[in-house]
Every structure is written in C-alpha cells, then in structure tokens.
Design a binder for this molecule. Structure first.
Ligand code: OAD
Ligand code: ZN
Length: 299
C-alpha cells in the first residue's frame, strides 16, 4: 500500500536531506549524539521491541533462559515460534489461547523509564514516530498520542476471525479466552477461529504500518531500543533510513546492521541504564524522572 504525497512534500523532504550539513552529523559517542538530538534533530524515529518492556516485568522473546521462547515447554510445541504461527494455530489454537491469558494487558504491567523517554521526546516536539513490535500497550499507557504510534504487530484491543476477517467484540473475546474456550466465528456458516488482532507469523501487518512509509525519509535520527531486529518487515525500517542519518542503538546486544554505518552509535547496556545515560546527556534527566514519578507513584 502506498501513500500519495504532494510534490511540495517530496521537494521539501529532498531539500531537507540535501542541505543537511556534515557538521550536523555526530560522531559515534553518546554525548555527541545527545548533543545532536538536543540541538539539531527534529524528527526522531524510534523503533522498539520486547527488551523495552522487560523492566515492566514482561519477558522478551529471544533472551536465552528468560525469553518467552525458552519457556514454552508446557505447550509441547514443535518449535517455539509455533505459538505465534497461523498455520499451527489452525491445527491447535490451545497453546496460544492459554498463553494469551498471561499476555493480556491489564493493570499488572506499568510503563517504565524507557516508555516515558519516548513520551518526553514527543513533548519536546522531536518525535516523528514510534514504531513498536510490542503488544503490551505500554506506550499508550505512558501517554504517547495514537498518531505518533505504530503498533506494528497489532494488539489485544481488537479481535477478528482468521478466515473471513469479520471483527469480533474484543471484550467477549477476552472473556472467552479467560474461560479457556476456543472461539469460533459467528458470521454465517464461517466458524473460523477468532483471535485478538496480534500479528502472527504468516499474517499481514496492520495497514497502519504502511501508512507512514515516508517516515524513513523524514527521519533525522533513528533510535533503536530493545529489539533483536530479527523479524521483518519491521526490522527493515532500520536499514531504510538513509545512510547519512545517525542511528543510535540502546540494547544489550549489537543487532541488525548496527556498526556497519559511519554514523552508528552503539550503547550496549541495560535499557534503563542506557535511557538514563541518554537523558542525562540531553539534560532531560530531571524532567524524565518527574514525568515518571507523576504517573508511576510507586517507584
Ligand atoms: P527479542 O526477544 O527478539 O529481542 C529483544 C532484545 O532486547 C534482545 O536483543 C535483548 O538482548 C534485548 N534486551 C532484553 N532485555 C533487555 C534489557 N533489560 N536491557 C537491554 N537489552 C535488553 O524481541 P523483539 O525484537 O521484540 O513477534 O522480537 C520481535 C518479534 O519476535 C516480536 O514482536 C514477536 C516475536 O516473535 C510476534 O509476536 C509476531
Ligand atoms: Zn469468520
């Protein structure tokens, strides 16, 4: 799906990138990229994954030992990713449905400093968009406005039939899942399986993912946080930003093509430590802590 742009849009985007001065491009250190972010950058693109929510108590997928894919023994799966595989779901929906009970967003999980940093970037007028693979809804809970957010792998706030795509009531779907029932479509004779609209392997991403395809052209800084960049098409965004756009990675491991570009900055540490260091370099640390404390009183 492509989005039409006016010629003026295309022209101003082209000239914005063409006239970017080489002196604006930071060298590869956190202080340098923070200075660029504070002084120059206006269109920060953020990409996030499950690592962002581990400090909220939600395990990621691929961390050895603690990741979800290492802890699915009770479901007797042929391979761990089968739990989110559409073909497998059709054969046996029960493993996913019982895991879904655990994954449903609720009062149990709260946003952490990383989510609030994204909000603060937006409040400073610098956030172009945040793309998240997370289905926990914590970005919205942290107060990121919907128009700035792309939940690339969907979420639990809607549900539909995997055969005829009829929308089903998300609350009824949740209640049925909590009762341990397999839900069947009520559209005529369909009887297809119904599940929350989280994207499975073998399914298309939501239309919204393709709505802002030119974000990569507008971005003047990319921040990648807490993702292995192993799942496409999401991971491709990191390579679609032009080569002269600085990229900052806050993650325990070096992932994707990070390190292969001149303007890459890699901070391999715990997310909260990375976020705290970045906020301090930006001179935003106090504000970030205030924002967090205001909304999350039990620190
Ligand atoms: P992964 O589990 O693949 O990657 C999480 C990344 O975050 C890893 O590189 C970890 O090292 C890092 N990480 C975790 N905790 C951290 C911490 N406290 N500090 C620093 N780094 C930390 O998760 P995703 O990349 O989000 O898809 O996985 C992508 C997709 O694969 C998910 O959306 C899901 C899954 O299959 C679907 O459900 C369709
Ligand atoms: Zn149906």
């Amino acid at each position: 799906m492509y989005v039409m742009n006016t010629l003026a849009d295309v022209w101003s985007c082209f000239t914005a990138n063409f006239y970017k001065k080489s002196s604006d491009i930071p060298s590869n250190s956190l202080p340098a990229i923070a200075k660029y972010m504070a002084d120059t950058s206006k269109n920060v693109l953020v990409m996030a994954g499950a690592g962002l929510s581990t400090h909220s108590g939600i395990p990621d997928f691929r961390s050895p030992g603690t990741g979800l894919y290492d802890n699915l023994q009770q479901y007797n799966l042929p391979y761990p990713e089968a739990i989110f595989d559409l073909g497998f779901f059709v054969r046996d929906p029960r493993p996913f449905l019982s895991l879904a009970k655990e994954l449903y967003p609720g009062k149990k999980y709260r946003p952490n400093l990383g989510h609030y940093l994204a909000r603060l970037i937006n409040e400073k007028g610098k956030l172009l968009r945040m793309y998240t693979q997370n289905i926990d809804g914590l970005e919205r809970l942290a107060g990121l406005p919907p128009e700035k957010l792309v939940e690339a792998h969907g979420g639990f706030s809607s549900a539909s039939c995997i055969s005829c795509f009829k929308e089903h009531d998300p609350d009824e779907t949740r209640e049925a899942i909590f009762r341990g029932e397999v839900i069947r479509c009520t559209n005529g004779k369909c009887k297809g399986l119904v599940k929350p609209d989280i994207v499975f392997f073998g399914e298309a991403l939501p239309d919204r993912f393709f709505l802002y395809q030119d974000d990569v052209l507008w971005a003047d800084l990319l921040i990648v946080i807490g993702t292995s960049l192993e799942v496409y098409p999401f991971a491709a965004i990191a390579d679609e930003v032009p080569r002269d756009v600085p990229r900052l990675l806050l993650n325990r491991d070096v992932v994707g093509s990070f390190g292969m570009r001149k303007h890459d900055t890699i901070v391999t540490c715990d997310i909260i430590e990375g976020v705290t260091r970045l906020a301090k370099e930006l001179g935003w640390h106090e504000e970030l802590m205030e924002l967090y404390a205001k909304h999350e009183p039990c620190m």
